[in-house]
Structures are given as C-alpha cells and as structure tokens.
Ligand binder design. Structure first.
Ligand code: PNS
Length: 177
C-alpha cells in the first residue's frame, strides 16, 4: 500500500513507497508511537530517523533513544530505525526517500512545521505529509515528559514502560549523585 501517487508530466504514475519520520525522540513518547503506527499504514516502508544533535544536550544517549524506539516498534514490520546528522534532506537524498511524515499536535506546531516542510521541499523536493495527532496526545512532548518525570510525576500514560523505567532510573540516579 502507498500513501500517495505522483503523476509525472507524461501522466505515468509513480507510487510512493518509502517515508521517513524524523525527530530527536529524547525520549520517544506515546504520541510519537501513534504517529509511527499510522505512518506505517501510509507507506510501504517507514524509517524513523533519530537526529544526532551535537549542539543540543540530550537526556538519553543516541543508543538509548534508538533502543527505546526499536523495542516499541517490533509490532510494525515495515518500520526500521536509523540515525542522521546534518540536514534531513541529505539523509533523504542518500536513501532515495522523498516523503517525510510528521505529527501535527496543534496550531502552535504549524508555523514551524510549515517552514521546515517548505524548506525541505525547496532544498531537495522532499514532500512532507502531516498526520493529525490523536487528541489524547495533543499536549504531549518529550520535554514535558522529562519535566514531569524529573519531579516524580506519573508518566505511565505518556510514554511506553521501557521509557518510564529509564526516566525513573535516570532521575533517581541524579538525585543520589
Ligand atoms: O523532535 P524534534 O526535535 O522536533 O525534531 C526536529 C527535526 C529533527 C525533525 C528537525 O530539527 C530537523 O529535521 N533537523 C535536521 C536539520 C535540518 O534538516 N534542518 C532544516 C529543516 S529545519
């Protein structure tokens, strides 16, 4: 199954088969997992591309972030996980992927997401499709999850168990230090 069909000038149809869901995923949340599951139904193959960010301090290492996502997407056979650094469009070029799928939580996301989508299209003809986030997760972000967990709040409805346990371990270790 494919999520789109592109008609070239001679009207031949080219089926869109691969897509990428990019992000920092520090850590992955139930909102992200909902987007991955929906993206997996829209394209034949989806890569979750975790950004390696040299400037932004992340709570979890790249390997931890990858492991969380891998362990929570085993039920999605057409989804794989990769990393990228630098421009997303360069990763897309290198992997011949021309479609990005992202979740849109609220209008407050829209301006920035639209700018990125327009830029990525201008830079490399990479198209972006948005899925409307499940309203249950419309307020959910990795930063909020970290803040709640840091102060001992219950994040069990917000993140998968593997992440909840890792957050608990990380913040209890930092209290002891
Ligand atoms: O989970 P995030 O931090 O909201 O994800 C943002 C991300 C990684 C998708 C975005 O910052 C990105 O694509 N960064 C890579 C650098 C890039 O391509 N910049 C040009 C578009 S802004």
């Amino acid at each position: 199954m494919a999520f789109g069909t592109v008609k070239s000038t001679n009207q031949q149809e080219a089926t869109v088969r691969t897509a990428v869901c990019p992000g920092s995923f520090d850590p992955v949340t139930n909102g992200h997992l909902d987007v991955f599951a929906r993206a997996s139904k829209m394209a034949d193959h989806v890569t979750i591309a975790v950004m390696v960010n040299q400037t932004k301090q992340s709570l979890f290492t790249l390997d931890e972030r990858l492991d969380f996502i891998r362990s929570c997407t085993t039920h999605l056979p057409n989804v794989t996980v990769d990393t990228f650094s630098g421009l997303l469009v360069d990763w897309c070029r290198g992997h011949e992927v021309r479609h990005v799928i992202k979740g849109l939580r609220a209008m407050s996301d829209f301006d920035y997401e639209l700018q990125m989508a327009q830029l990525n299209y201008d830079l490399a003809g990479v198209e972006t499709a948005f899925v409307s986030t499940n309203p249950q997760y419309s307020y959910l972000s990795s930063s909020m999850v970290k803040e709640v967990a840091q102060y001992g709040g219950d994040v069990s409805a917000l993140v998968p168990d593997v992440v909840r346990l890792a957050l608990q371990a990380r913040y209890s270790a930092s209290k002891e230090a």
